[in-house]
Design a protein around this ligand. Structure first.
Ligand SMILES: Nc1ncnc2c1ncn2[C@@H]1O[C@H](COP(=O)(O)OP(=O)(O)OP(=O)(O)O)[C@@H](O)[C@H]1O
Length: 608
C-alpha cells in the first residue's frame, strides 16, 4: 500500500521534472496546439476504427467456423439487427460483415491520412518555431558569445540538429499512434481471454523492461555523436571560410587530416551507437516469436477458448508484435536523438549567457562629443586590453588612433558601437552614458568602415543598401559614385545587379573597401568609425579610397584607426595607444615637434 502511494506521488513529480527539463522545447507546442490536438484525435479515431475492424473480424471468423452458434454482438440492438444482421442467414451475415470490414478499413485509412497530415504539419511548425527561437537567441547574444563559440557548431544546431529534432518529433507521433492502436489491441485481447492476455502482457512487459535498459545505453552514447557532428561541421566551415589561407599556405594536407579525423571520429561514434541500437529489433523479434509460439501451444493444448476467438486473439497478437517492435525501435531511435535535444536546449537556455541590456533613451544626435572616462576593458576581466582611457572625441572633428598592432585601437572603437561594454569607467555621448541609449538609435547615426567589411552573397545594390533598405536606386548610384566605386561596378556583367558571391570573393580588397564606403555614405552617419585596411593596396586603389574617405568624412565626427600615418596628417587630434594606454595625444604637427612616441612611429614609417 505504502509503495503504491509512493508511486502515485512519484508519477506527477516525474512529469513535472520532464516538463522542467524540456520546457524550452515543449512550450513551442502552444503555437500549434490545435494542429497537434487534431493529429492526436485522428490517431485516436483511427485506432478505435481498428478496434471495430477487429470485432467485425471476430464475427466473420465465427460465422465461418461455427455458423450455428450465436454471433458476437455489440449490444446496440438496431446495429446488431440492421447492420450486423444477427437474425439473417449465415451467408448474408458473412457478406454484411465482410462489407463492414472493408468499410472500417477505408474509414481507418482516412483517419490515418488526416492524423499523418496534421502530425507532419505540426512537425514542420515546431521546427520552424525552434529555428526562429534559436536565431532570436543568437541575435540577442553579445559579440563575445560568438568569439567563444565555434560558428560551425551553431550552424550545425540550426541545420542538422533541427532535422534530427524533426525526426524525433516524427518518431514520437509514430509512437503515439502505435501506442493508441496497441491499447485498442490490448482491450480486445483482454475481452477475448483475460488469462491468456495476462500471460502475454507479463511476458511482453518483461521483454520491454529489458529493452528499456538497452535503450538507456544507446541514449548515453548518442550525446557523443552530436558533439562529434558539431566538431566536423566546424572544421568544414573553417576550411571553406579560410580556403584562401589554406591554399596560400599549402595547408591542404593538414586540413584533409583534420577533416578526415573528425569524419572518422563521427563514424566511430555512430558505429558504437548502431552496434547497440541495431540489437534492439532482432532481439525483440526473436524473443517475441519465442513467446508467441509458446502461447499458441498453451492455448491449443488446454483448449482455453473457442477456435474463432483463438484465431482472432492470435491475429491481434501477431499484429501487436510488429507494433511493439516498432515501439521499441522508435524508443531506441529517440534515444539517439537526445544529444540533439540537449544541444538545442543548451542554445535556447539563458543560463550562463550575458544578454545585451538595451537602454531606454532615444539618441537625438551628437551635440558636443563622445567621451571616454577612466575606461578599462578586457575581453576577459582578468586581462585588461584597455587601461584607464580618458579621451574626448569632439563633434565634427577627426580623431585618429595610432599604435602598434594589438595596442587596443579596434577595441576602443568597438566600445563606441557598444559591441562591448567597459569593464570599468564610462563612455559618454554628450555627457550621458552610452548604456542609457537605445542602441539602435545610436547605431542608426553611426557607420563603420572596417578592415573586414562583410560582403553578402547578394547583388552589388543590396550590398550597398545593406541596413538602408529604403534607399532609392539613384541614392545607391550616388553613394557608389562618391565612393569611387561606380567605375568598377559598371564594368561588371550586370552592373548593380551583379551577385557578389560568398563573402565578396569576386571583389578585390580595394573594391570591397569602396563598397563598404558606399554603404557607409548611404547611411549618412553623424559618427564615422574608419578602421583602415592593414593590407597593402596598389597606389591607384589607395588614392581612390583615400579620396572617397575624405568625401565621406566631411562634416562628420570621425574616429580613424590609422596604420599609415600619411593618411591622418589632416586629423584634428591624434591619440597614441601603447599596450592599452593612451601615451600621447595632440595635433599632428604638435606631436611631430614634441619628438616623443608619435614621432618615433613617424620615423619608423619614413624609414620603411
Ligand atoms: N574578440 C576578442 N577576444 C579576445 N581578445 C581579443 C579579441 N579581439 C582582440 N583581442 C585582443 O585584444 C588586444 C587588442 O586588440 P585590437 O584588435 O583592439 O588591437 P589593434 O590595436 O586594433 O590591432 P591591429 O592594429 O592589429 O588591428 C589584442 O591583444 C587582441 O589579441
Amino acid at each position: 500500500m505504502f509503495f503504491k502511494l509512493l508511486q502515485l506521488v512519484r508519477k506527477p513529480l516525474r512529469a513535472t521534472r520532464f516538463w522542467q527539463e524540456n520546457h524550452l522545447i515543449l512550450r513551442e507546442f502552444k503555437s500549434f496546439r490545435w494542429l497537434a490536438i487534431a493529429a492526436v484525435c485522428f490517431a485516436l479515431l483511427a485506432s478505435i476504427t481498428e478496434g471495430f475492424g477487429l470485432g467485425f473480424l471476430l464475427a466473420f471468423l465465427q460465422s465461418l467456423t461455427s455458423p450455428d452458434a450465436p454471433p458476437v454482438q455489440t449490444g446496440i440492438e438496431w446495429f446488431d439487427v440492421w447492420v450486423l444482421g444477427v437474425n439473417a442467414p449465415v451467408t448474408q451475415r458473412i457478406y454484411r460483415v465482410s462489407g463492414l470490414i472493408v468499410a472500417a478499413t477505408c474509414i481507418r485509412a482516412v483517419f490515418n491520412y488526416l492524423a499523418q497530415y496534421y502530425t507532419l504539419t505540426s512537425e514542420v511548425t515546431l521546427i520552424d518555431r525552434l529555428r526562429k527561437r534559436v536565431f532570436e537567441q543568437l541575435q540577442s547574444q553579445r559579440l563575445s558569445y560568438f568569439s567563444q563559440t565555434r560558428s560551425g557548431e551553431l550552424v550545425d544546431v540550426l541545420t542538422s540538429e533541427m532535422e534530427r529534432i524533426r525526426n524525433a518529433f516524427g518518431a514520437m507521433s509514430f509512437l503515439m499512434t502505435r501506442a493508441f492502436t496497441l491499447l485498442v489491441y490490448a482491450i480486445a485481447i483482454l475481452l477475448l481471454s483475460w488469462q491468456l492476455s495476462l500471460i502475454s502482457i507479463l511476458l511482453f512487459g518483461g521483454l520491454a523492461f529489458g529493452f528499456s535498459k538497452l535503450n538507456k545505453r544507446v541514449r548515453r552514447r548518442s550525446t557523443r555523436t552530436s558533439q562529434a557532428s558539431g566538431r566536423l561541421t566546424s572544421i568544414a566551415i573553417e576550411f571553406i571560410n579560410g580556403i584562401r589561407t589554406v591554399q596560400a599556405f599549402s595547408a591542404q594536407d593538414f586540413e584533409r587530416r583534420r577533416f578526415y579525423q573528425a569524419s572518422t571520429g563521427l563514424v566511430q561514434e555512430w558505429k558504437t551507437v548502431y552496434r547497440l541500437s541495431c540489437l534492439v529489433r532482432p532481439l525483440a523479434e526473436a524473443s517475441a516469436t519465442f513467446v508467441l509460439v509458446g502461447m499458441i501451444i498453451l492455448a491449443l493444448t488446454n483448449r482455453i477458448m473457442p477456435v474463432a476467438s483463438l484465431l482472432t486473439f492470435l491475429f491481434i497478437l501477431f499484429r501487436m508484435v510488429p507494433y511493439s517492435q516498432d515501439l521499441l525501435g522508435v524508443f531506441s531511435h529517440l534515444s539517439t536523438m537526445m544529444g540533439s535535444v540537449e544541444n538545442i536546449k543548451r542554445l535556447l537556455s539563458d543560463e550562463g549567457k550575458q544578454f545585451f541590456e538595451d537602454g531606454t533613451r532615444s539618441f537625438p544626435g551628437l551635440f558636443h562629443g563622445i567621451e571616454f572616462v577612466a575606461v578599462d576593458f578586457g575581453y576577459d576581466p582578468d586581462h585588461l586590453v584597455l587601461k584607464d582611457i580618458n579621451l574626448c572625441i569632439e563633434k565634427g572633428k577627426t580623431t585618429a588612433l595610432v599604435g602598434a598592432s594589438g595596442s587596443g585601437k579596434s577595441t576602443l572603437a568597438d566600445l563606441i558601437s557598444r559591441f562591448y561594454d567597459p569593464t570599468a569607467g564610462r563612455v559618454l555621448l554628450d555627457g550621458i552614458d552610452l548604456r542609457e541609449f537605445e542602441i539602435d538609435s545610436v547605431r542608426h547615426r553611426l557607420a563603420i568602415v572596417s578592415q573586414d567589411t562583410f560582403i553578402f552573397n547578394a547583388s552589388v545594390r543590396s550590398n550597398i543598401a545593406y541596413g538602408s533598405e529604403q534607399a532609392t536606386d539613384s541614392e545607391v548610384y550616388e553613394a557608389a559614385r562618391l565612393a569611387n566605386a561606380l567605375e568598377f561596378i559598371l564594368e561588371m556583367p550586370e552592373g548593380f545587379e551583379t551577385t557578389l558571391g560568398d563573402r565578396g570573393i569576386r571583389l578585390s580588397g580595394g573594391q570591397r573597401q569602396r563598397i563598404a564606403i558606399a554603404r557607409a555614405l548611404l547611411r549618412n552617419p553623424e559618427i564615422l568609425i574608419l578602421d583602415e585596411a592593414t593590407s597593402a593596396l596598389d597606389s591607384v586603389s589607395e588614392r581612390l579610397i583615400q579620396e572617397a574617405l575624405e568625401k565621406l568624412s566631411v562634416g562628420r565626427t570621425v574616429l580613424a584607426i590609422a596604420h599609415r600615418l600619411s593618411t591622418i596628417s589632416g586629423a584634428d587630434k591624434i591619440v597614441v595607444l601603447e599596450q592599452g594606454r593612451i601615451v600621447e595625444q595632440g595635433g599632428y604637427r604638435e606631436l611631430i615637434d614634441r619628438r616623443d612616441r608619435f614621432w618615433k612611429y613617424y620615423q619608423i614609417q619614413q624609414a620603411s
